[in-house]
Ligand binder design. Structure first.
Ligand code: OKS
Ligand code: ZN
Length: 347
């Protein structure tokens, strides 16, 4: 399996995130991806492949140009405001919610931080754009590997992507790697693409990007947003709209769900993807469904991830795995590699 490893991932390393009234150390740390890479090497799993240059027009088919321009220049703007800012991460504090105008583009950097984000838990750092844009290139590289005939590939990157929407960041995500891969597959000739999101958290960014499109199916198994992040999207009655009606499937499960029920629900998602008639599959592979994950609430064990990979392989589609969440740092490598090993054992 080709592995598109983001060599620049550690350029994004937030110091603190705002969490319920306190600045706490970031949960989404470079060591996560280091552990996955180490585990792949230990198993002799995968060959590192070089990502391509990512065309701007592809980025702009997923993300709004004004959002991309903001993100690319945000750190420089932040530091120009105050030289001392070089020592702190940029975190938004103001959001244009119901009744505010979102057609304006304020001159204030702080206002634009809020316009283009939905939480205070996703610090923007000196290397955020460099890391995120290289991750996007890795995602496109993975898509092109499938277009060239590979059965599977793995995008090993951070920051993750599935919460990033057309014009917003949040949930530790800035560019939507899975969505960019799905778009690259469409552009490369796949008529119908499915995104399967198995992260603990609903992929609100991916859902929003494709909500009105009939060419990309989005299916997600995740913690019920009534109690779990991102709270305001991911409910079962969100079925898509317009040309995308019935091309969105949310399968929320209660906090505390164990592997047996989770696996039955995965089967429902895979069945819907088969009925959609996808010719390629992008998997948003979060392993924060692990029982010991510090910020999540499902009960999967390490061996269960082998079964997850096997079940996904049974759909017999060209499959791109894109790394998302998973914060039990010591186990994240074993868990992610188990999915890939399980897949390869049946592919
Ligand atoms: C805790 C609240 C934010 C949770 C972000 C979830 C990130 C994730 N600071 N998404 O899949 O893993
Ligand atoms: Zn997650």
């Amino acid at each position: 399996m080709q592995v598109f490893y983001n060599e620049h991932h550690a350029l994004h390393h937030g110091r603190h995130e705002m969490f319920r009234g306190a600045l706490v150390p970031c949960v989404e740390v470079p060591a996560r991806v280091d552990h996955v890479l180490q585990e792949l090497r230990a198993r002799g799993l995968g060959r590192i492949a070089q990502p391509p240059e990512i065309p701007r027009d592809l980025l702009e088919r997923v993300h709004a140009p004004r959002y991309l321009r903001f993100l690319e220049g945000a750190w420089d703007e932040w530091v120009v405001l105050d030289a001392a800012n070089a020592q702190r991460d940029a975190i938004p504090s103001y959001w244009p919610i119901r009744g505010f105008r979102s057609d304006v583009l304020p001159a204030s950097f702080h206002a634009r931080m809020g316009l283009f984000s939905f939480d205070a838990g996703s610090p923007l750092t000196a290397g955020t754009w460099a890391a995120a844009s290289q991750g996007a290139a890795c995602a496109v590289g993975g898509a092109r590997a499938l277009l060239a005939g590979e059965r599977s590939a793995f995008v090993l990157t951070r920051p993750p992507g599935h919460h990033a929407g057309p014009d917003f960041f949040g949930g530790y995500c800035f560019l939507n790697n899975a969505a960019l891969a799905a778009q690259a597959l469409r552009d490369g000739g796949c008529a119908r693409v499915a995104v399967l999101d198995v992260d603990y958290h609903h992929g609100n960014g991916t859902q929003t990007i494709f909500y009105e499109r009939g060419d990309v199916f989005f299916a997600s198994v995740h913690g019920d947003p009534r109690t779990e992040y991102p709270y305001f999207l991911g409910y079962g009655d969100e079925r898509g709209a317009g040309a995308g009606l019935d091309c969105n499937l949310n399968l929320p499960l209660p906090r505390g769900t164990g592997f047996a029920r989770w696996r039955d629900t995965l089967a429902v998602a895979l069945d819907a993807i088969a009925r959609f008639g996808a010719d390629a599959l992008v998997v948003s592979l979060g392993v924060d469904t692990f029982a010991l994950d510090p910020i999540s609430g499902f009960g999967l064990g390490s061996a269960d991830y082998l079964r997850v990979g096997e079940d996904i392989a049974a759909s017999a589609l060209p499959t791109l795995f894109v790394f998302e969440g998973g914060y039990a740092v010591a186990e994240v490598g074993v868990n992610a590699a188990n999915v890939l090993d399980g897949f390869l054992s049946r592919a």
